[in-house]
Every structure is written in C-alpha cells, then in structure tokens.
Design a protein around this ligand. Sequence first.
Ligand SMILES: [Zn+2]
Length: 137
Amino acid sequence: MRAIDEIIVHCTATPEGRNISVEDITRWHIDRGFTTIGYHYVVLLDGTIERGRPEEQVGAHCKGHNSRSIGVAYVGGCDKAMRPKDTRTVRQRASLRHLLKELKAKYPTASIHGHNEFAEKACPSFDVKKMIKEIRL
Ligand SMILES: [Zn+2]
C-alpha cells in the first residue's frame, strides 16, 4: 500500500436531488481523459457508500495531492442553478462521518481536508474543518 497522509473530501458538483451513480462519474472521468473514476469512494444520495478507484491506486481528484491521498466525494454540492450549496442529505452526512472515521482509523496519521483548501473551488460546498471538529476526528 502507498503512504496516505491526506483524505480529501469532494462533491460531484451536480444539482441537488439528482441521483448520480459511480458508473456516471466513471464515464465523465473517462471522457476527461482519466483511466477510470478519480475518487476512491462516493457517497450516494441515499447514503450508500460505493467504491471507486481501489485505495492502492493513486486517484485523480486534487491536483498536487493525488499521490498520497484518498479522495472521497458525496453526490451533490450544487443547487438547481448550479451554485455551490451543501446539499448533503441526512443519510449522506451519516455515511460520510462513518467513512471518514473508518479511513482515519486505517490511516491514523492522515489529515482530512476539503478540496477547497487546496484549490480555488467551492468543492465540497461545506466546511470540512468544522465537520471534523464536530465529529472529533
Ligand atoms: Zn473536488
């Protein structure tokens, strides 16, 4: 296994309530020239956690941070007019907390960040620092 020192949270930048699957994201990322989906995990609207790229493989989700990180995305992150919005459902919030706790247990020295800490983007449309404080990670 490669060394992991960051866990980076994303949104799929899709409108609120639109159900997106791992297959959809895989197709978009292949269209963008990636070999497969760029994220390692995706949290669907109903809270289901799906696997994307295997953890052993370097992801394609955060420029300059891919080699030593895990990328996690929740479906949503925009309102109907495509403006950034925290659209996480109650189930997505619970699953995201659960997933981040598991990853943190597996990679205790890794720190958790929002994509917006490393790029001029709104992604993931919520304050990750505040969330990890609330869930004590
Ligand atoms: Zn992102």
